[in-house]
Ligand binder design. Structure first.
Ligand code: ATP
Ligand code: LTN
Length: 329
């Protein structure tokens, strides 16, 4: 029997994975498999909360799966799977939906943000945090590594566990969010007050993991900063520069102080040129791995099947227990 604690996380299949996803999520995930039993999911059902082109979605699911591996998630050490391949996610979601008050969903800031940009608000966008709870609870997850933006969804998941336990008795492990101290919220390159988001309409706002070096250089060069020149770390007054310095620090492992010192007497432009180089170097091997993996798509499909079987083994046990508790035959 495994005594390791369980981790689960995932990323929604929208847009292209960004530097924010890399720093706030995937890069941390790879280091956890030594100590935890890790499940990482390509969240394709979540992507349906916004309009998708079926052909593009299908391609993107495969691409995300390959990007996870290319970023260093070893399919032999982690359970890597596609959410829709495990039907238990949608099944548990229904049970949990019957226990979740509308008022709790109404409070979700991500729902408020995203729905304010839609002409017609669909129910799936509203109930999506319940699907996320179901993702987490099916695997009896202890720890959920996510960026700061997901904290509220984790709180909701914990509330749902309490509702379920009060009505039907102890069934789920109570999960906790794990949010890194540095880099938990990488900001947009065009608006340092907004999160870097892979579904941003402005492509210049984010760097994608798969962007060519020239594009990366261009985007970082045109990152919005202030009109001062002295390099210093001040997230309040110099949010744009502070964001660049944070990215620099996380990718190099150097402290912010050390970085600021090394730019004494230099300009913001110097930071940008060096940072672009650092990001390109970080993503070069990732892109090489990715291109290699995409050449053999049959192999990727095999890996998906293996991941699905491992995930279902656990998920089906939990769902069976839930159905028993709830009184279904
Ligand atoms: P979307 O814009 O489509 O909502 P997203 O870029 O916010 O997408 P998600 O799929 O929602 O990405 O998130 C995947 C993981 O990456 C989550 O753990 C999330 O917290 C983390 N993450 C996303 N954006 C950032 C960011 N800017 N900084 C740090 N972590 C992030
Ligand atoms: N909603 C998450 C992606 C996601 C997730 C999860 C993260 C879907 N299911 C379960 C952690 C655990 C997001 O980042 N948008």
């Amino acid at each position: 029997m495994s005594i390791k604690k369980t981790i689960l996380s995932g990323s929604t299949v929208t847009g292209n994975l960004t530097l924010g996803n890399y720093i706030g999520a995937i890069n941390n995930w790879g280091q956890l498999s030594k100590d935890y039993n890790c499940y990482y999911m390509v969240a394709d059902l979540h992507a349906l909360t916004v309009k998708q082109d079926p052909k593009e979605l299908r391609e993107r699911i495969l691409s995300f799966f390959a990007q996870y591996i290319a970023c260093g998630l070893d399919p032999n050490k982690n359970t890597l799977f596609v959410q829709s391949h495990v039907p238990e996610h949608a099944e548990l979601q229904w049970i949990l939906t019957t226990l979740t008050p509308m008022g709790y969903l109404n409070r979700m800031t991500q729902f408020k943000d995203k729905s304010s940009k839609q002409k017609e608000i669909l129910a799936g966008l509203f109930t999506y945090p319940i699907l996320m709870a179901s993702d987490i609870l099916l695997y009896q997850t202890d720890v959920v590594p996510v960026g700061e933006d997901q904290r509220q969804h984790l709180e909701l998941t914990r509330d749902i566990v309490t509702f379920f336990h009060n009505r039907y008795g102890e069934t789920f492990t109570m999960p906790k969010a794990y949010i890194g101290k540095v880099g938990a919220k990488i900001m947009s390159l065009q608006d340092p007050n907004a999160k870097m988001s892979k579904s941003d309409e402005n492509e210049k706002a984010y760097v994608s993991i798969l962007d060519a070096p020239k594009k990366i250089q261009k985007k970082i060069k045109s990152a919005v900063t202030d009109s001062e020149t002295t390099v210093s770390f001040d997230p309040e007054k110099k949010a744009g520069l502070a964001n660049l310095l944070t990215i620099y620090s996380v990718l190099t492992g150097k402290s912010i102080d050390e970085i600021v010192k090394s730019y004494e007497g230099k300009m913001y432009g110097h930071v940008k040129v060096d940072l672009a180089e650092i990001v390109c170097e970080k993503f070069r091997p990732v892109q090489e791995n990715y291109n290699q993996l995409m050449k053999n798509q049959d192999h990727l499909h095999e890996l998906m099947k293996t991941g699905r079987d491992k995930a279902r083994e656990k998920a089906s046990k939990t769902l069976k227990l839930v159905y028993e508790r709830v009184g279904l035959i």
